[in-house]
Design a protein around this ligand. Sequence first.
Ligand code: GTP
Ligand code: MG
Length: 182
Amino acid sequence: SFCISKFKVLLGDVGAGKSSLVLRFVKGQFVEFQESTIGAAFFSQTLAVNDATVKFEIWDTAGQERYHSLAPMYYRGAAAAIIVYDISNQASFERAKKWVQELQAQGNPNMVMALAGNKADLLDARKVTAEANTLPKSFINALQEAQVYAQEYGLFFMETSAKTATNVNDIFYEIEIDGDYS
Ligand code: GTP
Ligand code: MG
């Protein structure tokens, strides 16, 4: 059976890795010097999910503040949103919380929301090189903080890496399966 899924939207701070996550999901690629998105970009990807053929349609929005006023055009029609932050950037986590607030106030009330703590490969790198009780601790605290936050607000949560592909398909599939596409 063939199913055209409803739209998904990615929101989050500039540089959090929204475009990189979409590029990894849609094309299996990663670029170190991804250009900052202007306005928004549209992607689609057709995949087999649980015996059905699903067409993912994704709006990748621009994180730059000057484009903030455009965001409602993309999230109002979306069945699911992935709110992205960078695990190595606390300000991007604060920005993600603002997006959650905005979606809960102004988005579709049935919207499925996922929180993606992106650049998880940076944590892996530090785990290898850092001594116990040094730098990773702040990352571990941040992970717990995000987990607690996601649970409190009913968001699906995963740490992802567009660079290594960790959890990228998983987070897109999860919002697909959880969404009401009937
Ligand atoms: P805007 O379009 O400006 O809102 O940014 P964005 O959220 O789309 O971020 P983008 O995908 O452009 O990524 C910003 C930078 O982070 C790029 O240089 C990417 O290569 C890098 N980046 C993205 N994802 C990852 C990741 O998982 N790991 C690492 N190490 N770098 C990443
Ligand atoms: Mg972008």
